[in-house]
Design a protein around this ligand. Structure first.
Ligand code: SAM
Length: 279
């Protein structure tokens, strides 16, 4: 599922600029401030098109979620889907105009959509009159013009060092889903479950914080489990077939895009949940 780079990507991403954080290092120690409420913070590193974290955030309003993605083209898709699913709006093919599904959505959108040309889907909304008009909508509260949700925000960045982005104990949980396998031995330290990353997660997580990891890649899974053991992490859950009948793993109920694709092809999904304590 390689994503080709989208034309005018930066301009298109700019439509959502109020809901994505592009300089996460500046927010180290202050992540709670970007959410509506202060509550336990969970991060997905490499969220892809974001289906997993969006459904998790909707199911757990009592937690905050940070979706991190370094590939802008993929992130754009995540943002478009968020707009469509959560806010009931759609961005048209130019990625510039907002299509309003129903006039009653307007007050909600007024707070969230950045300034720009605004188009009403007249047929669906049953509106007569101007079809297109300039609407420099701004948030009454200030600069947070587009939010993925009260408890979900996106960060557009490749994280190479977790402690550069999070203060000690700032996170309660971390999710890694279908992380890039980096199959060559010499690339092992790029894998997000390499001990170099694991020690970074340990610092960023509060004591007792958990990492949940899913993949269809057996070699990556075996490597990861060895790394978890080498770092002395306590194994809380483990399965080599997350979707086996009668299994009751919470994670099975929140599918990622890759998981859906590979499960439908009959691939088993490997899953492990581990707990971190401070050294
Ligand atoms: C194979 S995709 C899986 C996407 C999604 N988690 C899923 O399961 O459908 C892995 C994604 O992680 C992103 N990624 C990998 N390393 C990353 C890093 N260090 N920081 C941010 N994103 C990363 C890649 O850009 C890619 O979109």
């Amino acid at each position: 599922m390689r994503q080709r780079r989208i034309r005018d990507l930066d301009e298109k991403l700019d439509v959502y600029s109020g809901g994505i954080y592009v300089n996460p290092r500046a927010l180290k120690g202050r992540w709670q401030a970007v959410f509506e409420k202060e509550q336990p913070l969970f991060m997905e590193l490499g969220c892809g098109k974001g289906q997993f974290i969006r459904s998790l955030a909707a199911a757990h309003p009592e937690r905050n979620y940070l979706a991190v993605e370094g590939n802008g083209s993929v992130l754009l898709r995540a943002l478009q889907r968020t707009a469509r699913e959560s806010l009931g709006i759609a961005i048209d093919q130019d990625d510039r105009n907002v299509l309003l599904k129903h006039p009653s959505d307007a007050p909600a959108i007024e707070k969230m959509v950045p300034e720009g040309i605004f188009a009403v889907d007249r047929e669906r909304a049953g509106i007569t009159g101007e079809e297109r008009f300039d609407s420099p909508w701004r948030s009454a509260e200030g600069d947070r013009l587009f939010a993925a949700g009260p408890n979900l925000v996106y960060a557009y960045t490749y994280i190479r060092s977790v402690p550069e982005v999070f203060q000690d104990g700032e996170l309660t949980g971390i999710y890694l889903n279908f992380s890039d396998p980096w199959p060559k031995d010499r690339q092992a330290n790029r894998r997000l479950t390499h001990r170099r990353y694991l020690e970074g997660y340990r610092a960023a997580l509060q004591p007792g914080g958990c990492l949940e990891f899913k993949t269809d890649n057996e070699a990556l899974f075996r490597f990861s489990v060895e790394e978890f053991e080498a770092c002395g992490l306590e194994r809380l859950e483990y399965t080599e077939n997350l979707h086996e009948p009668d299994a009751a793993y919470e994670s099975a109920g929140f599918m990622t895009e890759y998981e859906q694709k590979f499960s439908s092809l009959g691939h088993p999904i490997y899953y492990c949940k581990v707990k971190f304590e401070k050294r």
